[in-house]
Design a binder for this molecule. Sequence first.
Ligand SMILES: [Zn+2]
Ligand SMILES: [Zn+2]
Length: 271
Amino acid sequence: MPLSHFACANCGFWQHHFAPPDCPVCSDVRNDLPPDGWHFLPEAEVTATHQGDAREVAPGLWAFTTRPALGLAGTGWLIVRDSGNIAFEAAPYYSAAMIAQIDALGGIAILSASHAHGYGALFQLQRHFDPAVVAIHRDDLKMTKAFRVTAPFDDMLELAPGYTLHHVGGHYEGQACLHDALGGRLFCGDMFKIDQHPDGRSHAISSHKAFHKDIPLTHAELRRYRDVIAPLSFDAVLTPFEYAPDIGRDTALAALEDGLSRAPGVRRMPL
Ligand SMILES: [Zn+2]
Ligand SMILES: [Zn+2]
């Protein structure tokens, strides 16, 4: 089989391979294994069976999703700026219409993601838009074989004035968040899980090492989260899955302090 892109039917993780032997995301403790063995979807099959949607959730902030759901069913965020758009996290797959929509919004100048659960079809965005910067934390590089990282970073990387990546680790060793100082937003990766009502109102917040198995973070990991985000100003949080315009810095810090005040354990703190 020639080299091609394949999506894991269970989690949606893409691999550039000729015959993926397994999925590194599903094999890892932080995701569940498929109940019936490996099934990998060639890109042509995903193209033929999936479409998607784009919506502007706030002025200049777009959410891209894939339909029907593929894998973990994440969201790709696009920050539209006069001086070059920033894409953070990626949808599981982008149809031609979705790519055309991004083109119409000005393309992508800077591409990044928090960790493997947010990568989605990031390889498609690199292939089509060829942004100068593809930034991933150095400890996540081992998961990036489907695309090419141009800007590995250590503790911090300023992508553009007001847009800074911060390494936070915890959930994944190489997890990073993106602070948007101009928009007052924290693209927090899976530092937080936000439970929301169907109408989008948030009702609980929690932090996990592994979401499916409810494995908690250690106190040192929670302290790291706290120390990184405490100096940042934000009044909205965006995970690879949820947009929470009703969760700001104080609520995020309270959730971490709650975790630090007791023995390690997952608790969904009601809001
Ligand atoms: Zn998988
Ligand atoms: Zn994750």
